[in-house]
Design a protein around this ligand. Structure first.
Ligand code: C2E
Ligand code: MG
Ligand code: MG
Length: 729
């Protein structure tokens, strides 16, 4: 406020004391230069915040040439015009700030004029006398005064804003202000010299010319600045761009890292999946084989310890899977895997090959006994029940053991041998079996047999033999059982016992049976056409239990009956007792359908299996064939004799007839007749013979009556009496 008051007073005082006589061209030039050129002629010293303006210098000139009043008015006017210009350019300057600016300028100029006036008296005279030293001294004093006042005011205002001490602010800004004043005084000295030594007008022209040069220079400086700014902006843009690129690069690298990590992980997963079983997470066949390969290599190069390979196959797994469902089947496999993992010693391996097959490697076994003991342990542990979904499920295991041997060249070979041994164990219903070379030889033979059998039908190598079935009452031919033979190109006539089991395992049994049915039915029809006597002959054909798994069985039989034209009642299908009883439920329905075709059904090898009487009662069976093991050892009063008697009695009760197989002696005929067995079959009557010979047997159908004295043949009643007596007992 004080500044404003003093400023106002000094302005009023200047206006009051201003003499219009002072107005001349020179003053006009001075005012023009100060106010208008001053607006444009200012320069920022490079690399500083210092702004130089011609106006400040002109104020000194005005003070020296026209005294305090003109200098104060000119300075205040210039300050106000400059403030207005800044405001027009958008700088936020309040009216108070502008007034304060003007007041400060008034005070500073007035103080300078007062002090210089006191010290030097009439300054204009000194200037006109061209006493340069005097003028320089005056300028020096004026500059110092102006500097001190101005820097003081600047420090006060700044301190007020920044809340710093006035001294601190003065200390920081004073150097800039001093430089401004030193420059101003130099410019003022030059202008003053120009005004005095030339004329004011010429000085003005010179000033204008200089101004033009100056402005051109400034434009140049501005251009330089602009291009520097542009360059700076471009540089900044480039830096930003580079930073952005670096960021993007970082992002890319990060992404790359993430992708390669994911890739590594999925590679790991694939690797794991390639060597592990998905259900149990145990090692799979690949890893197992690799491990055996490694162990074999080790045992060859470093005489490593012997090891054993165990091949395991669960018993009844298929039945469990089919009857209880696949999810229970999977659970069973998981439980088995867990039990096995708990059993194997550290450093050994248990693997799953899929299905119900597992394999174990036992390292460092010292003898066969070690492997055998372990196999027994595994077998015991796996025969304990498993509780799955609250149900107790029983299984068991068949184990094949193969011991390492330097002779093994490939891992697959030792595994194959353990597999063969496992099949032996299964076949013989044993817990385990140790591989020996004869097993391999047999396996190879079987494989060869299987291969040959596949071509046997096409190459017409199969043929049917016929064994007569005789009525034991009349000893007359009643029909034949057709028995298959394989006319092998190298091995000669192969009996069915050697290839029927293989054909059952491979599924070849179905086409073989159909071939057999078709050709023998055709043959029988041919025979029947020969004579009306033959029309009652019955053809018995064996049917494998495996064939019942084929839904088409009934329609296949039906088609063959139609195709060959055989009378259905002349065809009898024989099914073994064990095949019928194993799948009693399913077989019952199939048997009924077969029966509905009008054919006869017979249970073969009766007495060797475990027939359930309730099933037997429900089956639509016509005939029981007593197994030849009972007939061959049947003596009067022996246990087997009793069994035959019981079977005959049972058959009668169930409304079936009985055929005795394997009759080899006349004595057996006698006994069977006494027991009431209606039919017989055996080497005594005839071995199975080819069709040509069978025809001869048809032509002499009663040739077997020679076996029994005519007195016995003619007393059948006695036989029945005996039978009833025995049954009653
Ligand atoms: P099977 O059906 O019980 O046939 C009776 C077997 O006993 C025949 O053996 C026959 O030659 C033999 N045999 C008959 N009488 C006597 C005798 O007095 N003493 C002795 N020691 N044996 C006698 P084969 O022909 O070797 O047939 C064996 C088994 O092969 C048959 O037993 C049958 O189960 C099966 N088989 C034969 N042909 C076929 C066929 O076409 N299909 C099917 N699925 N199995 C067949
Ligand atoms: Mg048979
Ligand atoms: Mg039989």
């Amino acid at each position: 406020m004080l500044t404003l008051a003093f400023g106002g007073v000094f302005c009023i005082e200047a206006i009051y004391n201003f003499s219009p006589a002072a107005l001349d061209v020179q003053l006009g030039v001075l005012v023009f230069t100060t106010i208008f050129l001053g607006l444009f002629l200012h320069l920022q010293l490079p690399r500083t915040k210092i702004h130089l303006s011609i106006s400040d210098a002109m104020i000194f000139v005005a003070l020296l040439l026209y005294g305090a009043e003109v200098a104060v008015l000119l300075a205040v006017t210039e300050a106000l015009v400059t403030s207005m210009k800044l405001r027009l350019r958008g700088v936020n300057l309040s009216a108070l700030t502008i007034a304060l600016n003007g007041a400060t300028t008034a005070v500073t100029t007035f103080a300078t004029a007062a002090i210089a006036g006191q010290l030097f008296g009439d300054m204009r005279a000194a200037v006109n006398s061209l006493d340069y030293l005097h003028v320089a001294t005056m300028l020096g004093v004026m500059t110092t005064t102006q500097f001190l006042f101005n820097s003081f005011f600047v420090a006060v205002y700044t301190a007020k804003k920044t809340k710093n001490s006035i001294w601190n602010e003065w200390h920081q800004t004073s150097l800039d202000v001093l430089v401004i004043y030193v420059c101003n005084v130099l410019i003022a000295a030059i202008i003053l010299y120009a005004v005095i030594s030339i004329s004011a007008v010429l000085a003005l022209i010179a000033i204008i010319a200089l101004s033009t040069v100056f402005l051109t220079y400034r434009r140049y400086v501005d251009d330089v600045k602009t291009s520097a700014a542009k360059a700076e902006t471009a540089e900044r843009d480039r830096a930003e761009q580079a930073e952005k690129h670096i960021e993007e690069l970082k992002h890319h690298i990060h992404e790359q890292d993430r992708i390669s990590k994911a890739l590594r992980e999925s590679k790991e997963k694939f690797r794991h999946a390639a060597f592990h079983d998905a259900l149990t997470d145990l090692p799979n066949r690949n890893l197992y084989i690799e491990t055996i390969r490694f162990l074999l290599e080790k045992s060859r190069t470093t005489n490593g310890a012997p090891f054993a390979v165990l091949f395991l196959d669960l018993n009844r797994f298929k039945t469990i899977n089919e009857s209880l469902g696949h999810s229970i089947g999977d659970k069973l496999i998981l439980h088995v895997a867990k039990r096995l993992s708990n059993l194997i010693p550290d450093g050994d391996m248990v693997a799953r090959f899929g299905g119900d097959e597992f394999a174990i490697i036992l390292n460092k076994i010292h003898s066969v006994d070690g492997a055998v003991k372990f196999a027994e342990l595994v077998s015991d542990k796996l025969s304990d029940p498993f509780t799955l979904n609250g149900k107790q499920v029983f299984t068991g295991v068949s184990i094949g053991i193969a011991l390492s041997d330097p002779a093994y060249e490939d891992a697959e070979d030792i595994l194959r041998d353990a597999d063969i041994a496992m099949y032996y164990a299964k076949e013989k219903n044993r817990k385990y079996e140790i591989f020996d070379k004869s097993m391999h030889a047999r396996a190879v033979t079987l494989l060869q047999l299987e291969t040959d059998l596949r071509y046997a039908i096409d190459r017409d190598e199969l043929c049917a033999y016929y064994q007569p079935i005789i009525d034991l009452d009349s000893l007359v031919l009643t029909g034949f059982e057709a028995l298959i033979r394989w006319n092998h190109p190298r091995r000669g006539l192969v009996p069915p016992g050697e290839f029927i089991p293989v054909s059952e395992e491979t599924g070849l049994i179905v086409p073989i049976t159909l071939w057999m049915l078709r050709s023998t039915c055709r043959q029988m029809v041919e025979w029947q056409k020969l004579s009306t006597l033959n029309q009652s002959l019955v053809l018995s054909v064996n049917l494998s239990g495996k064939h019942f798994a084929h839904r088409d069985l009934v329609s296949q039989v039906h088609n063959i009956i139609v195709e060959t034209g055989i009378a259905p009642q002349c065809l009898k299908l024989e099914i073994t007792e064990s095949a019928v009883m194993e799948n009693a439920e399913m077989v019952t329905s199939m048997l009924k359908q077969l029966k509905a075709l009008g054919i006869q059904l017979s249970i073969d090898d009766f007495g060797t299996g475990y027939s359930s009487l309730s099933y037997l009662h429900r089956f639509p069976i016509d005939t029981l064939k007593v197994d030849r093991s009972f007939v061959s050892t049947m003596e009067n009063g022996t246990e087997n004799g009793e069994i035959v008697r019981t079977i005959v009695g049972l058959a009668k009760t169930l409304g079936m007839n009985v055929i005795a197989e394997g009759i080899e002696t006349i004595h057996q005929i006698h006994q069977l007749r006494i027991l009431g067995c209606e039919y017989g079959q055996g080497y005594l009557f005839s071995r199975p013979v080819p069709s040509e010979e069978a025809l001869k047997l048809i032509e002499s159908r009663d040739r077997w009556q020679q076996f029994i004295p005519s007195s016995i043949i003619n007393i059948p009643a006695q036989k029945h009496e005996v039978r009833h007596l025995r049954l009653a007992k």
